[in-house]
Write a new protein. Structure first.
Length: 157
């Protein structure tokens, strides 16, 4: 879309954009009508740079990197490392909850856990979006083994 803008970063195409209708002011500070688009980060970019740049891919990669730090993958789905309990406290899934889950399985109890599907990293990873990825699954001995292996990998890594 055409808006009065001033390019502030020629490599990424980042722009300052005049969002009002004071054309004479925008011209007086060096802005000109440019084809701009708003990126996922809320910033404005030259449309051609946004389309041709890897900005969207970089944003998706960054979201994936953050997700993979906060979650780990198992055969049942992705598990949040830091779990918020009903009382508002947080627990580390691997160090605080895994032994209780294993004990429950050893006693023959069906232990339900909250898993997550892999997100579409082109979306913002808001709490609301993450909640749509939730699934309740039953813990299995294989799941316990995978979690133990994740603990070892985290310790060695």
């Amino acid at each position: 879309m055409l808006k009065y803008a001033l390019v502030t970063d020629t490599e990424t195409g980042l722009c300052d954009v005049g969002l009002g209708n004071n054309e004479s002011f925008y011209k007086s500070i060096g802005m000109q009508k440019l084809d701009v688009a708003q990126g996922y980060d809320g910033q404005w970019y030259l449309s051609e740079k946004l389309a041709e740049s890897s900005y969207l891919q970089k944003a998706a990669n960054y979201r994936q990197e953050i997700f993979e730090k906060e979650f780990f993958n198992t055969s049942l789905g992705w598990i949040r490392r830091e779990v918020r309990m009903k009382d508002g406290s947080t627990r580390n899934f691997l160090s605080d909850l895994l032994l209780q889950i294993k004990a429950g399985l050893d006693m023959g109890v069906n232990v339900s856990i909250l898993t997550y599907k892999l997100p579409d990293f082109t979306h913002e990873l808001s709490d609301e979006y993450i909640k749509t990825l939730q699934e309740i699954k039953s813990a299995t001995p294989d799941f316990i083994q995978e979690c133990l292996m994740q603990t070892v990998a985290d310790w060695e890594g």
